[in-house]
Design a protein around this ligand. Structure first.
Ligand code: URA
Length: 259
């Protein structure tokens, strides 16, 4: 017996290659090839050329990665200010991130930032994407700007890159560089430097612990990138919806398999 593969094709839907081309997969010709090569599924079944779809209801994937946005799912990019807690509620009554974005539908933060850490945080009701983005095995890169005490030596930077021994084990290789002209002297006469760090893990207070371990405690920490997502316009406390293309690139960046 044939396997049921979701709703019947819509005779009045939009041609699949047109939908994919509009989503940025390439020209219609390229998208026809994707379909002909069997890389596109609709509602779980491999799509055939000429297939029409209803973008609001049909579930389309390319190479196993969902395209478009399923109805009811929302995705926000928030610039978390310092002092706001990354939980749904705080027993101590401190401000929480869910209060900074629309409350209907209910959304949750993807991963955590320390209360004192600022910067980009994804909020969504898409549990599957959340799981993929936060699962250590997918290792989505996250970039931070850290103001640190002192001026890290080349050796300290190398240690940050190669791996730092922490009490919960050695950190995975990371990117670490001094931001040019990032070194300044405070009015008190102390040196401070600006470090750019990219890590793939998500351990508790990881950047702060890594910097402290090489002798340069963090005085301010801002997350500036999550995988493909960055936004220099977003001010602390502001949020915006992710575009369909951004949701797709996030899903791709956290997809299983070679990257
Ligand atoms: N590393 C930290 O130390 N703190 C954060 O909030 C995120 C990464």
């Amino acid at each position: 017996m044939a396997q049921w593969q979701g709703p019947a094709p819509h005779p009045d839907g939009v041609r699949l290659q047109k939908v994919l081309a509009q989503l940025g997969f390439g020209s219609r010709r390229v998208c026809e090839e994707l379909i002909a090569d069997g890389r596109v599924t609709v509602n779980g079944g491999v799509a055939e050329l000429g297939r029409r779809v209803q973008v609001e209801t049909d579930a389309v994937t390319v190479d196993g990665v969902p395209v478009g946005v399923a109805p009811g799912l929302v995705y926000y990019l928030l610039h978390k200010p310092a002092g706001v807690v990354t939980t749904a509620s705080d027993p101590e009554g401190r401000p929480v991130v869910v209060d900074l974005v629309p409350d209907d539908p209910r959304v949750f933060n993807v991963g955590r930032l320390d209360t004192e850490t600022e910067g980009l945080l994804i909020m969504t009701n898409d549990g599957e994407l959340t799981q993929r983005l936060t699962h250590p095995s997918f290792g989505v890169p996250k970039e931070y700007l850290a103001a640190v005490e002192g001026i890290p030596s080349r050796a300290a930077l190398r240690t940050l890159r190669d791996g730092v021994e922490l009490e919960d084990g050695r950190t995975a290789p990371a990117k670490a560089s001094l931001v040019a002209d990032g070194a300044t002297v405070t009015p008190g006469g102390d040196d401070v430097s600006l470090l750019k760090l990219t890590i793939h893990e998500g351990r508790n207070r990881q950047v702060r612990r890594m910097c402290a371990a090489v002798g340069h405690p963090v005085t301010r920490l801002v997350r500036t990138r999550i995988g493909p997502l960055a936004d220099r316009q977003l001010k602390p406390g502001e949020w915006r919806e992710l575009t369909t293309a951004e949701v797709r690139s996030l899903a791709e960046s956290s997809a299983p398999g070679p990257r």
